[in-house]
Design a protein around this ligand. Structure first.
Ligand code: NDP
Ligand code: 13P
Ligand code: ZN
Length: 353
């Protein structure tokens, strides 16, 4: 007897393009959201977007509360929950990079409140996903979170953000290739839950981005358009899967471990991109597959070496040999690499010299 069932929660409204930051109040109106919002933001996005959006709300007779967070931690989630309760808000608006949006979606989940996602950087694929990513001691949690009711992605704002944020978003997408390979491997070896649709969407998203690499250039609003659509598509793949599996494999374990060993050394997307070169090599795949990943990263100005990440070779090796312990997620790393093997892959792929 067929007994499978599933909920897939996706945004109802997606406003993307030139100047849509001016339409946030209209989006809220269209969703029939009542009461006071809490803006969850971080220092730079507050200046770039949260303060101007607050002025629009005030002009419409709505007084938003604002909380600024500095890091993607459970303490930040707690802080947001406390402010939301104290300020008696009705819904949350995450305004910023991956950090602010993750914290807002996790706090919304806890509070059972609606949430809007307003990215100020095309730097990560958590814009629409229903997961939050939080370091916690030796481990890294992928936490169930509230998917946004709506996304407002202004390509003017995204194009004006520092270029490396956009290249980080591209690298987060390019890493989908190896994430899906890890997922298929885990399906074959460990019978983990797997969605062919989510996997195909994730791969297709990476494919379209790489095919359009020529359009991705600094300061071009069209680049933000191409990258943001890919980031949202990748987030939809995660929401369909009900897990970050379509977009997070061993290359993400490597990045999460770097976050522990060298906090804030490099952007999330850049770290997963370099990780992806090495895990593509480990998968063997078709000859030249890892060089395709490296060349795709190179073509959009994303780092391909430890030096370009600003991380020393020994830290790369430590991350490679220990990152399988970060979480219970089967990948090409299996039960871990020894140091010799790690040095071999990192050297042969040119990540370390
Ligand atoms: N839930 C999910 O599915 C996913 C979650 N993630 C998570 O997202 C995070 C990575 O995202 P990322 O965006 O790189 O990290 P951050 O949110 O830390 O943003 C990176 C930097 O960009 C700055 N910034 C943001 N917008 C602008 C702008 N318009 N102009 C100038 N600077 C700006 C931030 O400023 P400031 O320092 O002031 O904040 C910060 O310094 C990680 O925590 C990662 O785990 C990533 C992918 C998927
Ligand atoms: O970064 C992600 C997808 O790009 C998801 O993060 P996790 O590895 O924490 O699930
Ligand atoms: Zn990622």
């Amino acid at each position: 007897m067929f007994q499978k069932s599933k909920w897939i929660r996706l945004p109802r409204n997606v406003a993307v393009g030139h100047g849509v930051l001016d339409e946030v109040v209209d989006v809220v109106d269209d969703l029939h959201l009542q009461g006071r919002p809490l803006f969850v933001t971080s220092p730079t996005p507050r200046e770039v977007a949260a303060d101007p959006i607050a002025e629009d709300f005030e002009a419409a007779g709505i007084d938003p509360a604002v909380v600024t967070i500095e890091s993607a931690t459970f303490d930040s989630v707690e802080k947001v929950i406390e402010v939301a309760e104290a300020e008696e808000v009705s819904y949350l608006v995450g305004i910023g990079g991956g950090k602010a949006i993750d914290i807002a979606k996790m706090a919304s989940h806890h509070l059972s409140m609606g949430f809007l996602s307003i990215p100020t950087a095309a730097s990560h694929d958590g814009i629409v996903s229903n997961r939050g990513s939080v370091p916690d001691g030796d481990t890294r949690h992928s936490v169930a979170a509230e998917p946004p009711l709506a996304v407002v992605a202004d390509t003017t704002v995204l194009a004006e953000a520092p270029w490396e944020l956009t290249t980080a978003g591209c690298a987060d997408i390019i890493s989908n290739y190896t994430a899906v390979m890890d997922w298929r491997l885990a399906k074959r070896l460990k019978n983990v839950e797997y969605s062919e649709y989510a996997a195909a969407l994730s791969e297709m998203t990476a494919e379209i981005l790489v095919d359009n690499a020529d359009l991705i250039r600094p300061g071009l609003e069209e680049s933000s358009w191409v990258v943001t659509k890919a980031l949202m598509s990748s987030g939809v793949a995660m929401s369909i899967a009900g897990s970050s599996r379509p977009a997070s494999g061993a290359e993400h374990l490597f990045s999460h471990q770097l976050d522990r060993l060298e906090p804030n050394a490099a952007l999330h997307g850049h770290q997963v991109g370099v990780g992806s070169i090495m895990t593509a090599y480990l998968h063997g795949g078709e000859k030249g597959f890892w060089t395709d990943i490296r060349d795709a990263l190179d073509s959009i100005d994303a780092p391909t070496t430890a030096t370009e990440l600003g991380i020393d070779d020994e830290t790369v090796l430590e991350a490679l040999t220990s990152c399988h312990e970060i979480r219970d997620r089967y990948t090409i790393l299996g039960d871990g690499m020894n140091e010799e093997a790690a040095r071999d892959v990192a050297t042969k792929t040119g990540v370390i010299s």
